[in-house]
Design a protein around this ligand. Structure first.
Ligand code: GLN
Length: 543
């Protein structure tokens, strides 16, 4: 069977949840035994989101092979088993970069280099490359970033038009649109959808299926109207209404309306039934928790709801593993001040997590949070920057190195307990130059890390320039810090923990990228477990 392709576009407004919808469709196909691969095409000119401010773009998701990618790949990971690599996310920046480099080499043999066909050819090459990442991929789902009608997404739309023209039987287009309810008129409005489908048709793309994001289910009358005006069969107009509960309910909602069955018919993918038993069981656990805990996140990009996306999801997964609802309280570390009572500023949670981040802003507030947790015996989980915070706080308070710091924050510190990785020194360019992607880590037995993982060798993903300075290792160890995970030959400390504390652990990597609702990450599970224990211990203090 030739590989089939599903192109997913978005209309009317951004932030419709196209990534979530694409991931849900991917998951439904997998549940029918179909092997999928997912690709995100982003129209912006950055080569990757790695250099973008988290306030602009949200989280940067990192793959095993060290690609810094769009956060939608995190949804793909959590919902599906699609291979995820450099071949899974392409931006206009990358496409143009490749075309221009080729032009400079003289590969175009004197031709005028143009958007059509040279840029569109490169886009088509990327789609094919995604389908060839692994053997046996049946379906590639291609999500086009941005909104139909944007100037910058035009080359992508033209490329998928050509792609389908060349493979008429192997492609379908799904258009995700917005159908608003106008309160004043007391009516649901289909006009924006009609116009965005018109925009698509002008480019030569006719959608096969229309998914309507809406507040409440659409009436048959409205669906019939969209069907008529947009030239799609009535049963191919599906609503995707706002879900009050969890994002993990989206696949079920689409399945009930027959979306996956329809896609399979359209692409001739066979009639195998969807097996959603595990997913349903997980949803049941999520909806019927036995306990509830409150986790405080002390970070610096909390005003952007997607900047720590994978961390929030991984906490939820840890909760699923222990049948516990995890309520998250956010604390902007910049607002935590030394002269105030830290308990008053951040108290009231069962455990705290300090996630990744860059730069000085908010650093001292995170140190105060780490100290609060260490001295009060409250569970603390430090991720990347959060581990560096934990190490600096320990040096200042326990090793009595009052000026200890990370050289990222104070390049002239007397005690650089966290310093730049040697491979990073001398690097000038910022894009794609951090220590990125998956590295092995050996775990020491009889540690909290080993208790969580239950094995000696793990693989985790990294994204950082700074690391614990081994010159201070003996001093830390003499005061009770244990470095429970290291890169081979002990060259880099990847995990630190304090055995005398109920659960205080830092990791230099990003475990949140490898957590799924059906396979929660062991460290997040262990952290939630520690928080549950803390709850029983502190029942009188915490409500
Ligand atoms: N800024 C720190 C570093 O580069 C931490 C990075 C992170 O948290 N991802 O090492």
């Amino acid at each position: 069977m030739p590989t089939k392709y599903i192109f997913i576009t978005g209309g009317v407004v951004s932030s419709l949840g196209k990534g979530l919808t694409s991931a849900s469709i991917g998951q439904l196909l997998e549940s029918r035994g179909i092997k999928i691969a997912m690709l995100k095409l982003d129209p912006y000119l950055n080569v990757d989101p790695g250099t973008m401010n988290p306030f602009q773009h949200g989280e940067v998701y990192v793959t095993d092979d060290g690609a810094e990618t769009d956060l939608d790949l995190g949804h793909y990971y959590r919902f599906t088993h699609s291979p995820l690599s450099k071949a899974s996310n392409a931006t206009s920046g990358q496409i143009y970069d490749t075309v221009i480099k080729r032009e400079r080499r003289g590969d175009y043999l004197g031709k005028t280099v143009q958007v059509v066909p040279h840029v569109t050819d490169e886009i088509k090459t990327r789609i094919l490359a995604c389908s060839m990442q692994e053997k046996g991929i049946d379906v590639v789902l291609v999500e086009i970033g941005g909104t139909v009608g944007d100037i910058e997404s035009l080359p992508f739309l033209e490329a998928i038009r050509q792609f389908r023209y060349e493979r008429p039987r192997d492609c379908i287009n799904i258009h995700l649109t917005y159908v608003p309810y106008l309160k004043a008129a007391g009516e649901v409005k289909t006009k924006p959808t009609q116009h965005s489908v018109q925009d698509l048709r002008e480019i030569g793309i006719v959608p096969d299926l229309i998914l309507c994001r809406c507040e409440n289910s659409l009436s048959d009358e409205i669906k019939a109207k969209i069907s008529l005006f947009c030239n799609v069969p009535r049963e191919a107009v599906i609503d995707e209404k706002d879900i009050a509960g969890s994002i993990y309910e989206v696949p079920m909602d689409l399945h009930i309306q027959g979306l996956d069955a329809m896609v399979c018919t359209m692409l001739d993918l066979g009639e195998k039934k969807a097996d959603l038993a595990d997913w349903s069981a997980m949803l049941h656990t999520l909806k019927h928790p036995k306990d509830r805990i409150v986790i405080g996140i002390v970070g610096k990009y909390l005003d952007h709801q997607d900047a720590y996306k994978s961390v929030f999801e991984a906490l939820c997964h840890g909760g699923i593993a222990l049948e516990t609802t995890v309520e998250i309280r956010k604390f902007e570390s910049e607002r935590i001040v030394k002269h105030g009572d830290v308990e008053q500023q951040i108290g009231g949670c069962h455990a705290y997590l300090v996630p990744g981040g860059f730069g000085e802003r908010g650093w001292e507030g995170m140190i105060l949070a780490a100290k609060y947790c260490r001295t009060r015996g409250i569970p603390y989980f430090g991720i990347c920057l959060g581990m560096q915070v934990m190490l600096v706080e320990f040096a200042r308070s326990v090793l009595d190195l009052k000026e200890a710091d990370s050289t990222e924050i104070n390049p002239n510190t007397k005690d650089p307990v966290v310093s730049m990785l040697s491979e990073q020194r001398g690097l000038k360019a910022l894009g794609g130059t951090m220590r990125l992607g998956s590295y092995p880590c050996t775990i020491a037995p009889n540690t909290q890390a080993f208790d969580a993982y239950g094995k000696r060798l793990i693989l985790e993903r990294h994204r950082h320039r700074y690391e614990f300075n081994n010159a201070y290792k003996t001093a830390y160890e003499s005061k009770g810090m244990v470095f429970s995970g290291a890169l081979e030959n002990d060259t880099l400390c990847e995990i630190s923990e304090i055995p005398d504390h109920p659960w205080m652990l830092g990791v230099q990597f990003h475990p949140e990228f490898k957590s799924r609702p059906l396979s929660p990450h062991p460290l997040f599970r262990a952290f939630i477990q520690a928080a549950l224990f803390a709850k029983t211990q502190s029942a009188s203090i915490l409500k």
